[in-house]
Design a protein around this ligand. Sequence first.
Ligand SMILES: [Zn+2]
Length: 198
Amino acid sequence: MLKRNNREQLISEFVVNLLISFGENTSREGLVGTPHRVFGMYEELLGGYSQDPDSVFKTFKNNGYQDLVTLTNIDFYSFCEHHLIPFFGKIHIGYVPNGKILGLSKFARLTEILSHRLQTQENLTNQIVNTLEKHLQPRGLIVSIEAEHLCISMRGVKKSDCLTKTTAVRGILKNKTGLVNRFYREIGRNGKSSRVIR
Ligand SMILES: [Zn+2]
């Protein structure tokens, strides 16, 4: 990754070139600070590149809880790596702990780090599930994401009500349909329309 002032220079030049190529006057009042503002925005929105997902895993010993833990409706905003515009929605996580549990706020922290990078929804789903599996070694794990992609809803077919759903399943949840159905009831949706990544 480049140093901050090199990033600022390249991103500012890119924004100036974008404005010029559409015939804009880069010195008019509304645009004069735009290259700097856009740089500052991307520093925040792509800040996940400078953060380590492994750093959130301060785990606790599990004192015998052996059932499903579900976290619903974790908001996320990410960037489609194909078009560099946002996709955003809700992440739902369910796991059956083994020896370790994770503080509940850390799930949101993990999803924030991974979503503040250029992503596809499929890769974001897999990265969350793989990182949780690596650190928690749960007996079962399911990660489900539903998202609106601005590259679909702002252009072309303009289907603003189109949601993309991805689901990744690990461990005993691959076979325990009762627990998986409970997860879907708890997140308030019917899993049948999902794309399942294994
Ligand atoms: Zn896209």
